[in-house]
Design a protein around this ligand. Structure first.
Ligand code: UGA
Length: 434
């Protein structure tokens, strides 16, 4: 099939590349001239494991190309994916100006029936809004489809190539057939393509992310309670996770959820509920718990240093909001750094992929390491912020030698409690004994 993808951000680029991988011809279009030029030269603008190989292979086989010209991109396309940003507006609701703007541009170029698919996470009712924009600007037939993405950064290629499910929201029969054919090769293992109406599909995306965020906030509260009653959250997690109805995954407590999806989507769903005069009590609690959790490590530090962090120097392992990504959007590390600097402390940080993004944001407000050990020199304590595999089995002797005192605050519960006692560290983690 011939496909156009509008927007070459994270979702657009993964979608376009993975759709080319099964033999489709994909043209990705973006208004950012520099970015498009770079991609034409074969430079991948994001870090995502496994993507580079597919990106180069499909460019080399002429199935994946890039342009800044929307008319050129959509000329032959049967299906046009919209993968444009929907940032939170001032009131917390998703800002649809990019999506609706592109819909209008496309409408003015339409010459024959095409399918317009929203990949971006958009509020319920957006398909209707896009339909209205198209109807106002063209007489040509079209279909609008909601096809939310469920990609996790770090494993997005796998998630796209072997999805748990594909959700397609459309009431247009022609679109249903074509979208089913497009996704057929990705669900060969028997995972379902779930067809539904546009509004249910749009809400499915928000419900999925908000449910997962709820799981995390719930476990973070259990962890906080564990510390008060002398229980171990890792044991509780195993104890409840082995019940199939609860499931083992997404039960890890830590220092709050971050990234470009959960915070934005939970907020947008709460706003949508409010707009519909529905008081979605759980969602508000999920957000409140997360706000507190992101500052937990600093609260713990303050308690340890009798409320005074002035002049203290901390080493941070991890800046990205999670491992296997360079994404620092809504990363707990940024909140922690902000608070530490405000308290008069200094910070030296290392992250395998996220450092350039933090440098661009914070410049020399903090210092950066070339490896995980050189940030430890003369630090009062080590803070574990992102659970990169690299940090899981470090050289504890070297840590002990470099730190001013043998103190570790671990926001990701990476180390065994007994091992830490044996190594002589003061070790403070989340929801476990000290
Ligand atoms: C999330 C969803 O998992 C994807 O299904 C969805 O497509 C995507 O958002 C999106 O809407 O685009 P992502 O933001 O890449 O994916 O990251 P996750 O792996 O889901 O992690 C989100 C946050 O939850 C991270 O801050 C992570 O540290 C935290 N988390 C995750 C926990 O604190 N505990 C856990 O057990 C799992």
């Amino acid at each position: 099939m011939k496909i156009a993808v509008v927007g070459t951000g994270y979702v657009g680029l993964v979608t376009g590349t993975c759709l080319a991988e099964t033999g489709n011809h994909v043209t990705c279009v973006d208004i950012n001239v520099k970015k498009v030029e770079a991609m034409k030269r074969g430079e991948l603008p994001i870090y995502e494991p496994g993507l580079e190989l597919l990106f180069h292979r499909n460019i080399a086989q002429n199935r994946l190309s890039f342009t800044t010209d929307l008319a050129e991109a959509i000329a032959d396309a049967q299906i046009i994916f919209l993968a444009l940003p929907t940032p939170p507006g001032g009131d917390g609701a998703a800002d649809l100006s990019y999506v609706l703007g592109a819909a209008k541009d496309i409408a003015l170029l339409l010459k024959e029936y095409k399918i317009l698919v929203t990949k971006s996470t958009v509020p319920v009712g957006t398909a209707d809004k896009i339909t209205a924009v198209l109807k106002a600007n063209t007489n040509v037939e079209f279909a609008v489809v909601s096809n939310p993405e469920f990609l996790r950064e770090g494993v997005a290629v796998d998630d796209f190539m072997k999805p748990d499910r594909v959700v397609i929201g459309t009431t247009d029969e022609r679109a249903r057939k074509l979208m089913g054919e497009l996704y057929g090769p990705y669900v060969r293992q028997g995972n379902p393509i779930i067809f539904m109406d546009e509004r249910s599909s749009e809400l499915t995306k928000y419900a999925a992310n908000s449910f997962l965020a709820t799981k995390i906030s719930f476990m973070n509260e259990i962890a906080n309670l564990c510390e008060l009653v002398g229980a171990d959250v890792d044991m509780v997690r195993k104890g409840i996770g082995s019940d199939d109805r609860i499931g083992k995954r997404f039960l890890f407590s830590g220092i709050g959820y971050g990234g470009s999806c959960f915070p934005k989507d939970v907020q947008a769903l709460a706003k949508s509920a409010e707009d519909n005069k529905y008081d979605f009590k759980i969602l508000n609690a999920v957000m409140d718990v997360n706000t507190i959790q992101k500052k937990l490590l600093v609260q713990k530090l303050k308690a340890y240093y009798n409320g005074d962090l002035k002049g203290k120097h901390f080493a941070l392992w991890g800046l990205a909001f999670k491992p296997e990504t360079d994404d620092i959007r809504e990363a707990p590390a940024l909140y922690i750094i902000d608070e530490l600097l405000a308290e008069g402390a200094t910070v030296s940080a290392f992250d395998p992929e996220g450092m350039n993004n933090v440098k661009a944001l914070l410049g020399d407000k903090i210092t950066y390491g070339t490896n995980q050990y050189d940030v430890l020199q003369d630090a009062d304590a080590l803070l574990i912020v992102t659970e990169w595999s690299l940090f899981r089995t470090p050289d504890f002797d070297q840590i002990a030698q470099l730190l001013k005192s043998k103190v570790i605050f671990d926001g990701r519960n990476l180390y065994d409690l007994q091992k830490m006692i044996d190594c002589g560290f003061y070790y403070n983690s989340i929801g476990r004994k000290i």
